[in-house]
Design a protein around this ligand. Structure first.
Ligand code: ADP
Ligand code: MG
Length: 292
């Protein structure tokens, strides 16, 4: 393609809300045949809210768990963290106490010391049966609703399960269907649990699901798909997607995403519009097909 045509296509992309890093990205966009979609913050809005808080029997009071969890989540920019802190802000007069020794593991959760207690907030164990009553039921109920269960532990004891829900983006089904009609194979990859992932994939008629995927698992999935001969794009928003975005043939970041995701991607969706992905593929195919 001529430089002028590529420049024109890049400009047209910008009008569609797609920021392309350069002509090579446009060329790769044209060739992709597999698209790995992150769930939280990509297919869903990421605007989550806490829909339930279930404390264990004879444990800490709900208000205390809420306070400790919000204290730790202050340090995280994950959409789940924002839901937990907003929940506390809405119910408590006092702001949460400060957190010390904050740490976070992408795809797992966060931890820190609050008022001398070690607190973790994150993904419950794969089999919740070992949790104290009635937390196993709380985990299953959250999943059945398509929400994410989040476990709070204090000094090593599981104290509560929060159900955190967000909505599918309103255009998610049409956007995925559009990609399918362009011949792309959609794959859902999420750090979230199997049952929650299935609920979302079911709405989108996506049958290939990789749940409980750590950031390394997401990158390994991309590598495996490439080894099978796929030309693989990844769409993601989080720190946990950065490795997969970087090793994809083409990385696509949500404009609302973290700096890590945007930095690792070749294309950024400025307007948060998932339809723009299919528009971009069509644009790249047209531009680079006609000029050669
Ligand atoms: P996705 O891949 O769908 O974007 P993530 O990999 O970001 O999801 O998160 C996967 C899981 O890790 C979440 O469902 C949650 O259980 C846990 N998690 C990650 N970060 C946090 C956090 N800051 N607070 C609570 N849980 C978290
Ligand atoms: Mg995400």
């Amino acid at each position: 393609a001529t430089p002028t045509a590529l420049l024109a296509a890049t400009g047209r992309g910008a009008q569609l809300g797609i920021l392309v890093s350069g002509p090579r990205a446009l060329e790769r966009l044209r060739r992709i045949d597999t698209i790995v979609l992150d769930k939280t913050g990509t297919l869903t809005t990421g605007a989550m809210s806490v829909t339930a808080l279930t404390p264990r029997a004879d444990g800490l009071a709900a208000a205390e768990v809420r306070r400790l969890a919000a204290a730790v989540e202050q340090g995280s920019e994950h959409p789940l963290a924002r839901a937990v802190t907003a929940h506390a802000r809405g119910l408590d007069d006092q702001p949460p106490p400060p957190v010390r020794d904050f740490g976070s593991t992408p795809g797992e959760g966060v931890r820190g010391t609050v008022d001398g207690h070690r607190v973790t907030v994150g993904r419950p164990p794969g089999d919740p049966a070992g949790l104290p009553a009635p937390l196993p039921e709380a985990v299953r109920e959250a999943e059945a609703a398509g929400h994410s269960p989040v476990l709070v532990t204090v000094d090593g004891t599981p104290e509560a399960v929060l159900a955190v829900g967000d909505a599918l983006r309103p255009d998610a089904y049409r956007a995925v269907d559009h990609l399918r009609r362009l011949g792309l194979r959609p794959v859902l990859a999420t750090g979230d649990r199997e049952a929650t992932a299935r609920a979302v994939a079911g709405h989108l008629a996506v049958t290939e699901i990789h749940a409980r995927a750590t950031p390394q698992d997401k990158a390994a999935l991309v590598t495996a798909l490439k080894e099978q001969g796929g030309r693989v794009a990844v769409v993601g928003d989080g720190v946990n997607d950065a490795a997969a975005l970087a090793c994809a043939d083409l990385g696509i970041a949500m404009g609302s995403g973290t700096d890590a995701a945007i930095g690792a991607a070749d294309v950024t969706l400025v307007r948060e519009d998932l339809q723009a992905i299919a528009d971009a593929v069509r644009l790249a195919r047209r531009t680079l097909a006609t000029i050669r």
